[in-house]
Design a protein around this ligand. Sequence first.
Ligand code: DX5
Ligand code: ZN
Length: 226
Amino acid sequence: MTLPGAPRINPSILSADFVNMQRDLARIATADFAHVDVMDNHFVPNLTFGPQMVERVQATSPIPLDVHLMITEPDRWAPGYAEIGAASVTFHLEAASDPVALARRLRDIGARAGIAIKPGTAGESLYEILDEFDQVLVMTVEPGFGGQGFMAETMPKLRALVSEARRRDVNTWFQVDGGISDATISQAAEAGADTFVAGSAVYGADSVEAAIAGLRDRARAASLES
Ligand code: DX5
Ligand code: ZN
């Protein structure tokens, strides 16, 4: 699989119409990955899709899947999403009992391994294990719901993680998720993010395709400037 280059725009299907999923997946064909928010009503106070739904999304999506697991016990459940064929599987540091072993298992199955941290979780906890991951997700809202406001206070943590990865010569992607829009994407790109999840800003737009292109242009311009 040839993976797309940065900046990557990953629309979140949490903002899609769940009974018109095939149509709403087709609408994001010009994006890089379809971001799939799996929530279990334990790790976060919301419930979305499980493996069977994600398997159908995988079979239907014109672009690869970027699965974001907001669940307890990812050590038990995450490999199943890699086995379905998700290009990328991201689990939360706060929920994993052995994040390094789980990342290795995901990579062995053939997925990109991602680690996510909530706004209140320090970035330093990832410094020593950065090379075990293909993607670090710095949450820019409290996980659980689409349509929340971007938390700019997470940007110093992102910046520090990006410079730590450069210092260690680790080629991890840096993803932001939550409140990403035309008004906020430049801040995240300047802080070093290269992969941007956007739910309401994409599916809430009059033209989904124009929204994706607009976000990509802004991110590109901001990362060139920084
Ligand atoms: C929130 C999810 C996000 C959500 C983003 O917990 O992880 O992926 O869909 O939605 P927006 O872009 O609307 O903030
Ligand atoms: Zn997400």
